[in-house]
Design a binder for this molecule. Structure first.
Ligand code: PMP
Length: 361
């Protein structure tokens, strides 16, 4: 087996998607590209369960998060940033960088955000313009209940709901319209079975209304440019065509599979991973009730050198997992199981982890 890449993104590509990325370049202002972008847009709307707008930017996921912020906010706007980890902190940082007045609500690492705590924080912020949420914080492998959080935010305020769904969309339930989400950011290299390079943003009607009065600086990420060009089947700027070829094929396959099946496949793989981890005597980092469908975090046992395990798995057995980020470095390992992930990928990963732990004892 070639490298079993089990970090939480980028993920391995199915062979046919990988092959598609090697296709010759085309004119991104020609009819063939128009067909591709229109098909991708249609499929992505179906998969995100939205009749709103969806745009593809050549950027990573962080670019999509920045798109969410700069298109609906103005400097001085009050924003509530709900963070359950590294990526939640980043969302707040982007808003602050562009001049928003950010109030931060942070949970203990390993916990999800409580609707009650969000409601209390909101009541202390008059004229809160937006709430920033992370669906799945890849740094802790904790998944927020976005439907429940959205419900309290919508019932108690007029705040827009901006969601970082970079590592959840296409793997976990995410009903953009039914849940009343305004800007939802995701990225090609996570559950979408494609390579890195394309940021994706879903935009609601309320977000478009906010765009009219938003004064944060924007040029490359201005959604008005993306809409204007989509109308003529083009991107505003030269896109990462190779990634787009792969993403187009992957989205078609996911749409054919059906979003319910895609989601239950992810839930099965997550369950398989958690069971495997526990079978070899390791402990999960967070409670199963908030555990992610796309990545699993494992506690590093006392006395074990987390980095040495990762290195030996990679160098001796061609299985690569991730360590922890920031304060969780050395304390957890993370296994990615989003996108193209077969049951044998997980079995191989758990077997190798068990073997290496025994060897390093
Ligand atoms: N948010 C989440 C939840 C992520 O997992 C990541 C990537 N790990 C990002 C944002 C940032 O995405 P990118 O590295 O593509 O900019």
């Amino acid at each position: 087996m070639s490298l079993n890449l089990r970090i939480p993104g980028p993920m391995p590509l199915p062979p046919d998607v990988l092959e598609a990325t090697g296709r010759p370049m085309i004119n991104h202002r020609g009819p063939e590209f128009a067909e591709i972008i229109n098909r991708m847009t249609r499929n992505m709307k179906t998969l995100l369960e939205t009749s709103g707008d969806v745009y593809f930017m050549t950027s990573s996921g962080t670019g999509a998060m920045e798109t969410a912020i700069v298109n609906v906010l103005s400097p001085g706007d009050a924003v509530l940033s709900v963070s359950i980890g590294v990526f939640g902190d980043r969302f707040g940082d982007i808003a602050e960088t562009y001049g928003a007045e950010v109030t931060r609500l942070k949970t203990e690492l390993g916990e999800a955000a409580e609707p009650k705590a969000v409601s209390e924080a909101l009541s202390g912020i008059p004229d809160c313009k937006a709430v920033l949420l992370t669906h799945n914080d890849t740094s802790t492998a904790v998944q927020n209940d976005i439907a429940a959080l959205s419900e309290v935010i919508r019932s108690e305020s007029k705040a827009l709901i901006l969601v970082d769904a970079v590592s959840s969309a296409g793997g976990s339930p995410l009903a953009v319209d039914a849940w009343g989400l305004d800007m939802v950011a995701t990225a090609s290299q996570k559950a979408w079975m494609a390579g890195p390079g394309i940021g994706i943003i879903a935009v609601s009607k309320r977000a478009w209304a906010a765009h009219e009065t938003s004064t944060m600086p924007k040029f490359y990420f201005d959604i008005a440019q993306y809409q204007k060009f989509l109308d003529i089947g083009q991107p505003p700027f030269t896109p990462a065509l190779s990634t787009i070829y792969g993403l187009d094929l992957a989205l078609q396959q996911l749409a054919d599979e059906g979003i319910e099946n895609v989601i239950s496949r992810h839930a099965e793989r997550a369950e398989q991973t958690r069971r495997g981890v526990q079978r070899i005597g390791l402990e999960l980092f967070c409670d199963v009730s908030v555990a992610s469908d796309t990545v699993t975090a494992i506690k590093v046992p006392d006395g074990v050198d987390a980095k040495a395990v990762v290195a030996r798995m990679r160098d001796e057995y061609e299985v690569e997992i991730s360590g922890g980020q920031g304060p969780l470095a050395g304390k957890i390992w993370r296994i990615g199981h989003m996108g193209w992930c077969e049951p044998e990928h997980i079995d191989d990963c758990i077997d190798v982890l068990e073997k290496v732990l025994a060897e390093l004892k």
